[in-house]
Write a protein of this length. Sequence first.
Length: 652
Amino acid sequence: MKFTNQLTATISLCILAAVMMVLIGAGISFYQMGAVYQQRQVDSVVRLVNETWKTGTEQQEIIDTWLPAFLDVNDIIDLVVLQEDKPLYRYDAPQSLSANELSLEYQRSLSAYPQLSLQLVLRPPFYQLDHSMAALSGVTGAILLVFLGTLFILRWFRRQLRGAELLDLRGQFILQGKLKLLQHDPKEEWPHFASQALDKLLLELKDAGKERSRFDTYMRANVFVDKKTGIGNRVFFDNRLEAALNDSASHSGALLLVELQDLEQINYHLGYERGDEILSSASIYLSHFIRRFPGALQARYNGNTFALLFPNLVESEALEAARQVMKLLRRLHWPDDVSDPALYIGGVCFRYGEQLLQVQEEAELALRSAALQGGDGYFMYYKGVTEESMGKGTVRWRTLLSRLLEQDLIMLDRQGVFTDAKKPPIKYELLARIHDEQGRELSAGHFLPMAEKCGLLKELDKALVVRALALLQQDEQETTLSLNVSADSLLNGDFHSWLVFELIQRPKSMLNHLVIELSEAQVSRHFQALSKPLRALKALGCRLAVDHAGQDVVSAQYIKDYELDYLKLHSSLVRDINSKPTNQMAVRSLIGNCVGTQTQVIAMGVENAAEWQCLSQLGIHAGQGYFFACPERLAQPLRATSSLQAPGVNKH
């Protein structure tokens, strides 16, 4: 109950109690006055009879003449003069009492005649009083006036205390962490000084949170970012490359080493400022180039060498990327005396499971070979990673995915998230799987980029959402399921409308067990645009998670702005974290961003007990990986009942 309601209820009860006490006291006093008045009537009759009573026939006739009239005036119903319980005189009123009427009896003795006594019978005081509404109009009007006055006073109180109620409402939102739901103007709050003090403290807290986010970003930047170029350094690159080599979801990838050999001569002859300018320009050119490739990244490999990492690329595509990079870097504003800049690119493709040092040695060997052979300046270390061996091809993928979507053949595995290896999982993550034409099982990391290229990512996300909702509806144990959805799909108006329509048909208690995951790279790229669809999902009851956190050095302000429930660390930070102090510092930074929020930090890709022990000491809430449990296949449910149809597929 609001405190203003409590106050008005207390005031109302006090006024009502006061009115009732006045009415009861007035009624008691009124009837007491009637009883006293009746006592005086009886005393006057007794005194008159005592003074005028005489024995004898003549005197008796006189009494019979005037006494009845006097008794009738005083409303005496019955009067009996007794002498030792023998009646000497009796008066009966013309209108006697009925059997159900009340009466009062008085017994008095005569002081002049001790042997005589009087017995009088009267009606109670105010017995014949008119109790109609007209007779009680004065009292009724007074009560009505008090009631109307009370309503006016309470209304005035509510108006005066509305500002205090708004201030109390803001306090509740602050305690519940729902300050964004505040809709009124804080200037309407009262007391004004308390409201202004609260505004000041909230502003300082917000600034402190932003400053902490900037500081944490700065800490991670010092660990993983090259100071001159602002991109990832060698430590960052080694982590990401190692994670890519050990990621079963990625079957192949390409590594390009780009060396600006003339940079040393420019630094020597023209100064380091000119050399740093060319280095920064090259970094900007490369950053724009890799945006064409989903999941690609760049880093500074060493002094004058950049490293470019491309997931899901084969040798022919990597060779074409090397040609484009070479053509792009020749457009740099080189000094006039550098007519033909010495640019060399060495590339190698790798498969899942290869060793980090082996891939780096092959890339460095390709770079040296490019420098030795001259010519175009790029060389590819061929290992047979072709489109045929990796099953690439846009037409082939569109045909395959369209058929799987039409026949609802997308498979789902689930992998548990554990707070302890000996305890049951707190939730499960759903992992999509498909079979290609040869029957090989492919993970989401392999076919999702191809689905995006084919324009089927939205339809694929729809199919997975329908499957997840079906699993939640069939589950009697209320298991929490986590599903990864593309940010591009959420930003699509048709998909968002469809998703809201699907979710709004389910009870909120069921949606509380659905976690929608997005990657940190997508969140940082579409930070403002994702605000509206994510708030809609939160309002419907879904929980939110961001995975691959720490993959890039970006601001972690989205943790507070999106009110995340889970933050999932990228496996590159988790891999051998017990022996990597830099990764531990980065994890502490991310955990620090979640302090004071409801966000729980989850480590992805935990492979052994040493990693989990180190993560637990750092404050990680839960972990996911082969150390806890392997993914398990979910049974294929009934045909999903939803309006899903891949483009260009006729279901008739």
